[in-house]
Design a protein around this ligand. Structure first.
Ligand code: ZN
Ligand code: ZN
Ligand code: FE
Length: 756
């Protein structure tokens, strides 16, 4: 006999790990115990060496689908000991909380089966769950994760549920949200004024009927309300858009099944795996030509579609009833946070939705749907919400407790605790009072979950962000972190790179340390600091912030830099033609005098300028729209050619003006837009390789919102690898501003460590 202790860290709590270990021990004839503690799970196992080896392998290989093991250490080996039983021991008290909080998990196959079995006591029960699936983060009010600390505490388990909950061999052993129709939450259908129309199965039937009739439905889901409408119907989708005041931004679609999604979209293996995973995100898929099961109003002019599958039992029951795809977008007015409470929803969404499908399980915090995109066979998270947040990054050392308040757009918050960094869920743009309130709540929430008292607060260098003002009020010293350095640090943290790396940080906007607007940066970075070694040639943005909404302004800024005042004579160009004569005079003066026309090196604005130049878009309805259209304009067969550009290694200026001149000639020469868009992207890839070669660092980090672009990212990765370098791109941490809080946190930690 040998006694061994296994220390297992990762997402191992709230995912059925202890019952799994228990069953495994029985199978392998191993004695001992398993328990949760503040860092994960500890197993003490006694048995013969062969049995222990098999047991150890099975711990990793057969772990529950929703578990994510980060490390397994065999800590102590003592010869001897006696056999005996295996037990699930009481949890060790939480001291320094660094256990991972499990995210919400999509309904599992076992629960699905029971739900559709008419003889099962949970037949058609919309809140069925087990230790492998169901709500977690969206119901947790405090740690440790036990029922009295969740929003399920108001529901007392019936005898049958209680028996399952106490049976170590049962799939629902310690399933905290365990419930059935006898004892658990239930659904109701409300009219838009909040009066009840129907309950239970009748409520779901009524909701399905409303969707079939073309109504807009507000449905209380897992982490907030969804607004839904028949995705096949032009009228229903337009009605939703008009009421939600969302004009062009693509809407996500929930398909009843993967098969149905595959009819409208190309779904590869990695995308199918993501869609059907316990995290069940929205995946951005390429639409099939001529197989359109959804209205053109869902994602106007876009060759991609955001697709998800029903992930709660309630969504599943509704999807089974209707059998067609529905738009499922967050329940809010544009740019406001998602609604989580049914009474509040009636107030805020009463003008948008015709009926409300609600339930009485409270939502502890907003959790939006996550968005992923597949690059080179792996997923990259573009928005970390349900299933992906909170997520943690192993720091590899004990770090001081720091709070990072995030940037302005796509805001998230991050904290360090013990040897981990925790990043919270997507909050959004901090523009409205509601968003700021949600932001304040998210901070309080993270602070109390992790009992966090920061010794420093990391924030963006930008003086006017709402998050910057917030940081000042927290009551700890603040550390200002340059935006693009934070982007680079976030990707370094994800891949545990100490540097030096060459960070290619390309996005729309960030406050530069010279006071200009940055966004096309090459930074040589370590954990302690950075040097800006290269950047796109700066150009002026006439009208400042307005330019972000009007790609034509970026275009004339570029043209003016290359051609001077002669730019405005080029009336044949769509960008110039998009201005009236009076506007041309005003904008021309801004550029000539440099008044209200700040300098920028932004790659995002370069994308805007080229999208305008080829006539794709002169005014955008949402951030990143023009860049998205330029990427999609490439079409299925991309050209090999690229344009000229110049790089001056002495000044680090990467000059796009030769490319602009070539593109102008192509536009006037009626070269196809797909061709120009392809050449443009190829040129950017070549620029990255040129700078990387000249800097001579092999680890290249690709980060910033521009790298949500699959053509650019894959092109750069392939070219850098071909040149013998080691590219790194984002996977779990979003490349866009959703990752910035983590980068700020890393800089804040380094600063505090430098102080001792
Ligand atoms: Zn389940
Ligand atoms: Zn029950
Ligand atoms: Fe950014």
């Amino acid at each position: 006999m040998t006694t061994v202790t296994f220390r297992i860290e990762g997402v191992v709590q709230g995912v059925g790990f202890r019952p799994f270990v228990f069953r495994l021990a029985l199978r392998h004839g191993v004695a001992g115990w398993v328990r949760n503690d503040s860092e994960g799970v500890t197993v003490e196992a006694r048995g013969n060496t062969d049995a222990l080896d098999c047991f150890e392998h099975a711990l990793v290989d057969d772990a529950p689908a929703a578990a994510r093991i980060v490390s397994l250490r065999r800590e102590r080996v003592v010869a001897g000991g006696i056999g005996g039983a295996f037990a699930i021991a009481a949890s060790a008290p939480a001291d320094a909380v660094s256990a991972f909080i499990s995210p919400d998990l999509a309904v599992c196959d076992d629960c699905r089966r029971e739900m559709s079995d008419p003889t099962d006591r949970r037949f058609a029960y919309p809140f069925i769950n087990c230790t492998n699936c169901g709500p977690r983060y969206s119901i947790i009010q405090a740690l440790p994760y036990d029922r009295p600390n969740t929003t399920m505490r108001g529901f007392t388990m019936c005898e049958a549920c209680e028996a399952e909950y106490r049976d170590p061999l049962h799939r629902r052993f310690h399933a905290q949200p365990n419930a059935c129709q006898e004892c658990g939450p239930s659904v109701a259908l409300w009219a838009r004024d909040g009066t009840e129309q129907a309950r239970d199965a009748h409520a779901i039937r009524g909701t399905a009927d409303a969707l079939r009739a073309g109504a807009v439905v507000a449905m209380k889901g897992l982490g907030g309300f969804h607004l839904m409408a028949d995705a096949r119907s032009d009228a229903a989708v337009s009605l939703l858009r008009q009421r939600k005041r969302r004009e062009e931004k693509p809407l996500a679609v929930m398909y009843p099944s993967l098969d149905m999604a595959c009819r409208d979209c190309v779904v590869d293996e990695a995308e199918a795996a993501a869609l059907t995973s316990p995290w069940a995100p929205i995946a951005l898929l390429r639409r099939r030509d001529g197989h359109d099961g959804v209205s053109d109003h869902v994602a106007p002019g876009s060759s991609t579609l955001g697709v998800m599958l029903p992930y709660t039992p309630l969504h599943g029951l509704l999807a089974d009833d209707i059998g067609f795809p529905v738009v499922a977008t967050s329940g809010n007015l544009s740019e406001e946070p998602i609604c989580i409470d049914e009474r509040e929803a009636v107030m805020r969404l009463g003008d948008i939705a015709d009926v409300f499908l609600v339930h009485d399980r409270p939502i502890a915090r907003q959790v939006d749907d996550s968005v992923v995109r597949v690059f080179r066979g792996g997923t990259t998270v573009l928005r970390a919400g349900r299933g992906y947040a909170p997520f943690s990054i192993d720091l590899g050392r004990q770090a001081p407790p720091v709070l990072a308040v995030g940037p302005h757009m796509k805001n998230t918050i991050a904290v360090s605790s013990g040897d981990k960094a925790f990043v919270g869920q997507h909050i959004g743009t901090l523009d409205t009072p509601q968003a700021l309130e949600a932001y304040r709540r998210a901070h309080k929430d993270l602070a109390s979950l992790y009992a966090h008292e920061p010794v420093a607060v990391a924030r963006d260098l930008h003086p006017d962000y709402a998050s910057t003002a917030y940081a000042a009020g927290v009551g700890a010293p603040t550390v200002a972190v340059q935006h693009h350095y934070a982007h680079v640090l976030s990707c370094m943290a994800e891949h545990r790179l100490a540097g030096p790396v060459l960070g290619v940080a390309w996005d729309g906007t960030g406050h530069g340390d010279d006071g200009t607007v940055w966004g096309g940066e090459f930074l040589v970075a370590t954990r302690d600091g950075y040097e800006r070694v290269a950047h796109l040639r700066p150009f002026r943005l006439p009208g400042g912030d307005t330019a972000a909404r009007e790609p034509r302004r970026s275009a004339v800024g570029l043209l003016h830099a290359a051609y001077g005042d002669g730019a405005f004579a080029m009336r044949g160009l769509p960008s110039v033609a998009a201005f009236s004569q009076a506007e041309r005079r005003v904008v021309g003066q801004m550029l000539a005098r440099g008044v209200n026309a700040p300098l920028t090196s932004s790659a995002g604005r370069l994308f805007d300028g080229f999208a305008s130049l080829v006539g794709l878009k002169q005014r955008v309805a949402f951030e990143g729209q023009a860049a998205m259209m330029l990427e999609q304009a490439i079409g299925p067969t991309a050209p090999d050619e690229s344009y000229e550009y110049e790089y001056d290694a002495a000044t680090g200026v990467l000059d796009w003006s030769p490319m602009l001149r070539c593109a102008v000639a192509d536009v006037t020469g009626s070269v196809a837009t797909s061709e120009i868009a392809g050449r443009y992207h190829n040129t950017l890839v070549a620029m990255i390789v040129t700078v990387a070669r000249s800097v001579g660092i092999d680890d290249i980090v690709l980060t910033g919102g521009c790298f949500q672009n699959a053509y650019l990212t894959e092109g750069a990765v392939n070219a850098l690898e071909a040149a013998g370098m080691q590219p790194h791109w984002h996977c779990r941490v979003p490349p866009n501003d959703g990752g910035v809080a983590l980068g700020q946190l890393m800089a804040g930690i380094a600063q505090m460590e430098g102080c001792d």
